[in-house]
Design a protein around this ligand. Structure first.
Ligand SMILES: Cc1cc2nc3c(=O)[nH]c(=O)nc-3n(C[C@H](O)[C@H](O)[C@H](O)COP(=O)(O)OP(=O)(O)OC[C@H]3O[C@@H](n4cnc5c(N)ncnc54)[C@H](O)[C@@H]3O)c2cc1C
Length: 440
């Protein structure tokens, strides 16, 4: 019979969380919440080297800053509401721009809003000074609820026996070590476990400073996504954030050319007003799953483990942090505990991402087709008067662009026989082909 090491967090247990981005703060928040429910005292050290009030890439975890509806719903479990001063825009719709036309996708569920935020203190060149940061706000929530900030950069840890974090003044011992360092700050050397971070792709980003009136007139509360046919772009979005527009580009084969994108006729048409480029970075986005991401007294979460493909990385950081904290509190912190209660969650997310890959592969082919674009536009417009439950096409595209639904849910909606029949009928009807009436 196999014997497993029993490792439980007792009163006064010491936990090191390496990284105070969303995953690290969410882990601390959930762990402290579960501990309080069990009347247990824990010591949680959150190691974070950035100051989120710094402007530019130095103080920022580099992202477009969209908070999905599912993330905002889950924040309720932690009694957290994103304060208005952190919110840069309430997003009501997405506009898909293609040379074949524009599709407007209003939020199919207006009760489930999405928001845009800055992750750090805002763009590098910003006359207003530092702006309130979402990551800074979350970290403050974790500190107010009992975590302790260690404002240092961790270079080396050892998980061979009792987990240890090596700092300038020597090693510190812990009962559990949580790796939440993301993918954009350089590696931490980990002795005792062959951890390997997930595969990544390089993105290009900038923040455009504009006049408020121009953003109000041309963008309002809508995100613009650009479908540029016959390019390697996987997605290209422009997100309103107060006086700024965030441009995020993802392509296969190296960081996309942001200058070329802004010079594209379709983009110039959508941004016909003056702006000043105010920041700029080439961050890496998670597109795979880490290897050996848990062990005795060790677990990786957020981007350091696995994240939702191309979308909602902050939302999936919450989910992995929650599952890891639940495992540590309810079951234990051994390799076996994480294998039984945490790894299945990561596997399910990884499998969902596989479906995401299929969806994006199909989308990439169809973005080149004028016919298909127009079919989508007609089907979406026709849903305008339907109740929320009937707006399948809106939900599919909204889910794809915002991350508000899992890829399994999106594939489920898109492959429903009635939906496929409607697409086929629309496609054939408008092009003079003989239509065989499907019996729906
Ligand atoms: C261009 C781009 C756009 C994106 N847009 C979105 C979006 O709109 N919405 C969305 O939900 N997701 C988006 N994502 C994904 C999202 O940014 C990540 O999934 C999310 O930030 C992961 O959170 P995390 O806490 O795991 O990692 P991170 O946010 O990277 O946080 C890791 C933290 O660990 C700290 N750290 C690292 N190493 C050390 C060390 N050695 N010592 C101490 N501290 C350390 C870092 O300073 C950082 O604060 C985007 C990603 C990219 C690249």
């Amino acid at each position: 019979m196999l014997e497993y090491l029993t490792m439980r967090l007792g009163n006064g247990a010491r936990i090191a969380v390496l990284g105070g981005g969303p995953a690290g703060s969410f882990f601390a928040l959930y762990l402290l919440q579960y501990a309080a429910a069990d009347r247990m005292d824990l010591e949680v050290d959150l190691f974070e080297w950035r100051s989120f009030s710094d402007r530019g890439p130095k103080g920022c975890n580099r992202c477009a800053g969209i908070l999905s509806a599912s993330l905002l719903r889950n924040l309720g479990e932690l009694d957290i509401n994103v304060p208005e001063e952190v919110i840069r825009a309430h997003i009501a719709s997405y506009h898909l721009h293609s040379p074949f036309g524009v599709i407007d996708i209003p939020n199919p569920d207006p009760g489930a809003e999405i928001l845009s935020v800055f992750r750090g203190g805002g763009p590098l060149s910003n006359a207003q000074g530092s702006l309130p940061s979402f990551d800074g706000f979350l970290l403050d929530c974790a500190l107010r609820r009992g975590a302790r900030l260690v404002h240092e950069r961790v270079l080396r840890v050892d998980v061979e026996r009792r987990p240890r974090v090596f700092l300038e003044d020597g090693p510190r011992g812990y009962d559990l070590l949580v790796l939440a360092n993301g993918l954009n700050s350089g590696a931490i050397q980990i002795a005792g476990l062959p951890y390997r971070p997930p595969a990544t792709l390089a993105m290009s980003q900038d923040e455009l400073h504009c006049r408020k009136e121009d953003i109000a007139q041309y963008f309002g509360s809508s995100v613009r996504a650009f479908l540029l046919p016959h390019t390697g772009l996987i997605f290209a979005s422009v997100v309103p954030k107060g006086e700024f527009l965030n441009v995020s580009l993802l392509a296969r084969g190296g960081p996309p050319d942001l200058d070329g994108f802004l010079e594209h006729d379709l983009v110039k048409e959508a941004l016909p007003f003056p702006y000043k480029r105010s920041c700029g970075c080439r961050p890496r986005i998670c597109v795979g799953r880490a290897a050996n991401y848990y062990g005795d007294g060790f677990v990786a979460i957020g981007d350091a483990a696995v994240s939702r493909l191309y979308k909602d990385g902050i939302g999936s950081a919450l989910l992995s942090a929650r599952q890891a904290a639940l495992t540590a509190m309810r079951y234990g912190t051994s390799r076996h505990d994480f294998a039984s209660h945490y790894a299945p969650f990561c596997r399910a997310l990884h499998n969902d991402n596989r479906m995401g890959r299929i969806i994006f592969a199909v989308h990439n082919r169809t973005k080149d087709s004028r016919r298909f674009f127009r079919v989508q536009a007609r089907l979406i417009n026709a849903e305008g008067s339907l109740p929320f439950t009937g707006q399948v096409f809106r939900k599919v595209l909204w889910g794809m662009f915002t991350g508000s639904y899992t890829y399994r849910q999106i594939l489920g909606m898109a492959s429903n026989p009635k939906v496929v029949a409607r697409v086929a009928r629309e496609y054939l009807t408008r092009h003079g082909a003989r239509v065989v009436e499907a019996k729906l």
